[in-house]
Design a protein around this ligand. Structure first.
Ligand code: C2O
Length: 587
């Protein structure tokens, strides 16, 4: 059995065991009832059949996917790799400047990606804070060589960084749409596969440059207490791994998952508390989304659809916080804090290796089944320039697991698997009461009423939200996840924003001083603009709350109190509701 297989297996085991101790027999999946109609309506409510739009492009697939945003439905067609020769200026979404992010090759000599053969030795990615000096020296040498390549070499460090801008800041349009629809790999189910492949080629190019076929990228293990700081290997100013465009006040600081740009570093006396909360955050993220890949990974997006809409998953939201914590704290937030420049910082690849590893762990928990079944996911494609100097077209189906790509993650403890008990023990009580608010909440915030238009808020708001069903049975919970939806979120383009969402009991018609448990956060770092330069980035946030409601013993209550704590940015929201979403019947 391969290393990764045994790792994932043992992870599955301890996780299920953990779940089993908290939820005595959660295991049987329910039924899925996802009705999807096969139409897409345009602004005037005309029905457009995507099959007509895409005929002739070889992009005809029967599977359907729901569109985000406006509750439209669309017949599916995967998002295709761009036509590289049709590159145009991209846009730095923070400054609004037009920037050149075109890649120095095109699809003329493109070949289809062939995964590495199964006999190829496995590259093993290790935590950045545990590397031995030889490994670090090798990594430094590889990065130094990448930086020394001629500027227009596709392997050059800046050219590699430009790939990120090209796929994120609007350098390409999706193939076959008029008016043009820009290509965006963030904010949807494309996020994890795109970055997996991006790192795959990056790693192989680095290995090539030092003649080491086993070279593997390190990962920034920010899900373990020892990894919750910037790894030291990136902090030596004379190393090629150094980048001055980071928030220097964070060099020795503990990373708090509740960070919003501008927050002071945590006091040393609060560090244990913050570590516990970080671990619990991760535990909750996995547990609430275990049955719903859309919550974890991002929602379907199909060809012809502008993203970002409302489709990012909660892993991507958490990953955004690492970006904004690492990047400079002054606008325009270069490098890590702005997607235009993020990959110019080598720590980006350590960060994304960890994101990728968390996807792999999630995949293991779910029994190594593909998270989505739609052809629109499997067939979505991207273009890369590989370690053999070939332009290759890769599909999502090529990268469903690291094993397929002959790399793995060195097994490490997953301290967040057992974070729940400690978290509630630290609070000194049974899992009922809430944690102290990170910001002072007014003694009695007004109960908020939503109007027809989204309203801005600067103070915390509290909303009483009815639940569709109370006291659901175990079977019902397995069949459908209870989801809190914050809809109609508007953030000005180019802005960074964060708000946190807490859920508490609504008991006997009153709201107590306790704001309850953190269900999740909305975190945005600058993306590209839509093609029509809309004024706002509109999205929604979906958070699983099934186990949270058990934790606060709110299962029998027909209403809960949702508190929204604004942290940074000018945000409007349109409404809040709770819905039940059926889970994948095969899980
Ligand atoms: Cu492409 Cu961390 O973002």
């Amino acid at each position: 059995m391969s290393l990764i297989a045994s790792f994932a297996l043992s992870a599955t085991f301890s996780y299920s065991h953990h779940i089993a101790t908290t939820q005595p027999s959660a295991s049987i999946a329910g039924r899925r009832v996802t009705a999807v109609s096969c139409e897409l309506k345009d602004e005037e409510n005309h029905v457009i059949d995507r099959r007509n739009v895409l005929l002739g492009l070889g992009g005809l697939y029967g599977a359907a996917a729901t569109l985000g945003g406006q509750n439209k439905k669309a017949i599916g067609a995967p998002v295709h790799a761009p036509e590289l020769s049709k590159c145009h200026l991209a846009e730095d979404s923070v400054t609004g400047e037009r920037v050149f992010c075109c890649l120095p090759y095109n699809e003329r000599d493109i070949v289809e990606f062939v995964p590495p053969p199964p006999y190829e030795p496995m590259r093993v990615r290790r935590p950045a804070h545990k590397l031995d000096p030889e490994y670090v020296a090798k990594f430094e040498e590889a990065v130094a060589r990448m930086k020394a390549l001629p500027p227009n070499d596709p392997w050059n460090f800046m050219q590699q960084a430009t790939i990120h801008c090209a796929y994120c800041n609007g350098a390409y349009d999706q193939v076959g749409f008029h008016p043009p629809v820009s290509l965006q790999v963030h904010g949807s189910w494309l996020f994890l596969p795109f970055h997996r492949l991006y790192l795959y080629f990056y790693e192989r190019i680095l290995g090539k440059l030092i003649g080491d076929p086993n070279f593997a990228l390190p990962y920034w293990n920010w899900d373990s207490p020892e990894g919750m700081r910037m790894p030291k290997i990136y902090l030596n100013p004379s190393s090629p791994l150094y980048n001055p465009m980071r928030n220097k006040s964070h060099y020795a600081a503990l990373f708090d998952y509740k960070y919003a740009v501008g927050d002071p570093n945590p006091e040393p006396s609060r560090e244990e508390h913050i570590i516990t909360h970080n671990l619990h955050h991760l535990h909750r993220l996995f547990k609430e989304s275990e049955r719903s890949p859309k919550l974890f990974m991002g929602k379907p997006v199909v060809a012809g659809e502008e993203v970002p809409s409302n489709a990012s998953g909660n892993l991507e939201n958490l990953h955004n916080i690492v970006h904004s914590w690492t990047g400079t704290s002054e606008e325009p937030y270069y490098d890590m804090g702005d997607f235009f420049t993020a990959a110019r910082d080598i720590v980006f690849f350590g960060h994304h290796a960890n994101v990728d590893r968390l996807w792999d762990i999630y995949n293991g928990f779910r029994g190594h089944i593909p998270e989505f079944k739609q052809e629109d996911w499997f067939e979505a494609s991207f273009i890369f320039y590989d370690e053999n100097r070939q332009v290759v077209r890769c599909k999502v189906k090529d990268c469903l697991t690291p094993q397929q790509l002959r790399y793995s993650y060195h097994p490490e403890n997953l301290p967040w698997l057992h974070a729940r008990q400690h978290y509630f023990r630290l609070k000194g009580k049974k899992p009922i009461a809430g944690e102290p608010a990170p910001l002072p909440v007014p003694a009695a915030p007004p109960i908020y009423e939503f109007g027809p238009e989204p309203k801005p808020f600067v103070e915390p708001i509290q909303v009483i939200v009815p639940r569709p069903k109370v006291s659901r049975t175990k079977f019902e919970k397995e069949a459908a996840t209870e989801i809190l939806v914050i809809e109609g979120i508007e953030v000005p383009f180019g802005a960074t924003a964060r708000f946190d969402v807490y859920v508490a009991k609504f008991l006997d018609g009153h709201i107590g001083p306790d704001i309850g448990e953190l269900a999740g956060s909305f975190v945005k770092i600058p993306h590209s603009k839509h093609k029509f330069h809309l004024l706002h980035h509109k999205s929604s946030l979906e958070l699983g709350i099934t186990s949270l409601l058990e934790d606060i013993e709110a299962d029998p209550l027909d209403k809960v109190v949702v508190t929204i704590l604004p942290r940074i940015g000018e945000v409007k929201i349109g409404g809040i509701h709770i819905e039940l979403v059926k889970v994948d019947p095969e899980y």
